[in-house]
Design a protein around this ligand. Structure first.
Ligand code: FAD
Length: 385
């Protein structure tokens, strides 16, 4: 626990350098975010009194970084490796890079990725049962507390290869350079693209996070989709005293055991082989219009509801790197079994790749493998140089 120590109070850097004074005013604490990396700060463990303000940090590592260079946290922005993505794949890769003492920078636009949305993880080794949030918190602590690396919460908008160097640009217009990159940007939820979906965003339309479920206690809810996450969402809603209607094109494709289990429950209705035409409502969601796939001439019928969960699959987050690496027809990054891609020095792991199986344990395993392969690559180019 690092409270402002006697040394700090007498640390010349904190009190006397002109340059320091010049920057002092600029240091602010965006609401609840670490001044160094912009990560959400969820504890008061790490803080410093600074220019009549108390600043809170995500970790000891960022606090020390702030003390040492309170105006330029990431030095010359040159690294051997940059890891992009804060889900199980990226976080595991970060810990492996730290253990391997690779000069690494970590960028992600959130910590947890899809895993944080899982309310019941029954298939991660070492835990009979753990919630996605608790598992991600353990990953986060392992990264921040035990294997700290320079990092930033930001969105990568492009990656280019210039000679032997990868040039990464972020949404906040920062540019980072590295000899190698690991892309672990996973998947985002696919939208339906139907009438009312954009207009009623955040007015009763959800793509599922744990918090959303609690908002709809005891309400009538429609879940659109037929896969595992649709069934898991429906189960969570039923446990929250909701009346649930599942609507899916074609038949349910989720694991049979989960389908049989949910059919035994109360307050559940399953409508298969129907198209969803529209989500309706003035100021908030009031209904979902559906029509049989086999009878497109029939007038749509509306199911009254107060909430809609759209669970129609995922899209790989590859928009920012589609010019750099080969993608398959699904937009996933094509990798070899050593996580290498079609571009030298660029590696990829987890759900964003065409690797078989989209699971937390697989993503973590791939994250570890990507770093082991990158370490070998860095050795090879060092030898060449
Ligand atoms: C509702 C739900 C329940 C699930 N339940 C289970 C389960 O019980 N067991 C199981 O094994 N698996 C489960 N899964 C699947 C599991 O969550 C994924 O397989 C796993 O999270 C994939 O990890 P990943 O790191 O590859 O990608 P993701 O978890 O998708 O993480 C990708 C990360 O990259 C970041 N990112 C994306 N683009 C950018 C960018 N341009 N710049 C910076 N950062 C970026 C994202 O913000 C995120 O941090 C579930 C998934 C869902 C959605």
């Amino acid at each position: 626990m690092s409270k402002q120590s006697k040394e700090d109070r007498h640390n010349p850097k904190f009190k006397h350098s002109d340059e320091f004074h010049h920057h002092k005013e600029n240091v602010t604490q965006e609401s609840g975010r670490c001044p160094v990396c912009k990560m959400k700060v969820d504890s008061n463990n790490y803080f410093v009194e600074y220019s009549w303000k108390t600043l809170y940090f995500c970790s000891e590592g960022c606090l020390q970084k702030f003390k040492i260079q309170p105006w330029d946290f990431f030095g010359d922005h040159q690294f051997d490796l940059i890891i992009i993505g804060g889900g199980p794949a990226g976080l595991t890769a970060a810990v492996y890079a730290s253990v391997s003492r690779i000069n690494t920078f970590f960028i992600a636009n959130d910590i947890g990725g899809q895993a944080i949305d899982s309310t019941k993880v029954r298939n991660y080794m070492g835990f009979d049962f753990i919630s996605g949030k608790m598992l991600v918190d353990k990953f986060r602590d392992q990264f921040l507390e035990k294997h700290y690396l320079s990092h930033k919460i930001d969105d990568v908008i492009s990656i280019e290869k210039q000679n032997e160097s990868c040039v990464i640009t972020t949404k906040s217009k920062e540019i980072f350079y590295s000899k190698a990159v690991i892309i672990a940007t996973g998947m985002k939820k696919r939208k339906l693209g139907i009438k009312g979906e954009e207009r009623l965003q955040r007015k009763g339309i959800f793509y599922k996070s744990v918090q959303d479920i609690n908002l709809l206690e005891g309400k009538n809810v429609v879940v659109i989709g037929g896969g595992n996450s649709a069934i898991q969402t429906a189960n969570d809603l039923l446990s929250n005293n909701c009346n649930v209607t599942i609507v899916t094109q074609g038949r349910l494709i989720a694991d049979k055991t989960d389908v049989d289990r949910i059919k035994q429950r109360q307050n559940i209705r399953i409508i298969e082989e129907h198209d969803v035409m529209e989500i309706s409502g003035e100021e908030k969601v009031q209904g979902v219009s559906i029509r049989p796939e086999q009878d497109r001439d029939r007038n749509p019928k509306t199911i009254p509801c107060q909430g809609v969960f759209i669970q129609v699959g995922f899209l790989p987050n590859t928009e920012f790197c589609k010019e750099l690496v080969d993608l398959n027809e699904m937009g996933e990054i094509k990798i070899n079994n050593d996580c290498s891609t079609s571009t030298d020095g660029v590696f990829a792991c987890g759900d964003v790749t065409n690797n078989y199986g989209k699971r937390i344990v697989i993503a973590s395993g791939e994250g570890a493998k990507a770093v082991l392969r990158t370490r070998q690559y860095l050795k090879e180019i060092k030898k060449k140089v």
